[in-house]
Design a binder for this molecule. Structure first.
Ligand SMILES: [Ca+2]
Ligand SMILES: [Ca+2]
Ligand SMILES: [Ca+2]
Length: 209
């Protein structure tokens, strides 16, 4: 009995060996295919920096004061995007009431008046490889489009809640926005802003086209 089982196993083993031997006699060939996915990048910088970039800190300004500078917005990524101002926040502080402020009729110490008196002009400069998007004026603010694109001319408080497309910003390109800040002579009313301060934050975004 044991011998028969052993023989049967031998037969199976020989048959298996024959099958295995037969298989290796066929031609064969092996190939493969592969793909790699790399996501593009969309990376905005303000004046070559990321984050909330400080533009200026102006102290001791007065009626008749003016200054100007540039905001450079760069797409350092590999994809084109739409550059947009998503929002602007403005904060006015009274910093206490001086005697001339009270004389001029400033009664509240809750919010300062500087943002209503100081003007800002923002102009998109025509020195970059850009094409204009959505040239319509934004409702509710003193905003129109000049010959070269985005343009704002009004009080700092008027910037509140500004939201609009500026331009297409191609990969590895940048645009400049010139800002001009002036405190025009407002007569006796200017005294209401003595010691007041005003700060604003313009939020930019770059979105995939
Ligand atoms: Ca960035
Ligand atoms: Ca004031
Ligand atoms: Ca004050």
């Amino acid at each position: 009995m044991k011998r028969r089982i052993f023989l049967s196993l031998m037969v199976i083993a020989i048959a298996a060996a024959l099958v295995a031997g037969a298989t290796t006699s066929y031609f064969s060939d092996v190939e493969s295919a592969n793909g790699t996915l790399t996501a593009g990048t969309l990376d905005l910088r303000v004046n070559d920096k990321d984050g909330n970039v400080a533009l200026f800190n102006l102290d001791n300004i007065y009626p008749g004061y003016s200054t100007s500078g540039y905001i450079t917005l760069s797409n350092v990524g590999s994809l084109s995007g739409i550059l947009k101002i998503t929002s602007v926040s403005v904060e006015n502080k009274e910093n206490g009431l001086t005697e001339p402020e009270i004389e001029a009729g400033d009664k509240s110490d809750k919010e300062g008046e500087l943002g209503d008196l100081v003007k800002i002009k923002l102009t998109l400069q025509n020195n970059g490889p850009f094409s204009l998007e959505s040239p319509e004026a934004t409702e509710g603010v003193d905003l129109s489009c000049g010959p070269f694109g985005f343009y704002y001319d009004g009080t700092i408080n008027g910037l509140k809640n500004l939201s609009r497309d500026i331009t297409t910003l191609n990969a590895k390109s940048s645009v400049k926005i010139k800002y001009e800040i002036t405190w025009p002579d407002g007569g006796q009313n200017d005294n209401k802003a003595q010691g007041d301060s005003c700060s604003f934050t313009i939020n930019f975004s770059l979105k995939q086209t």
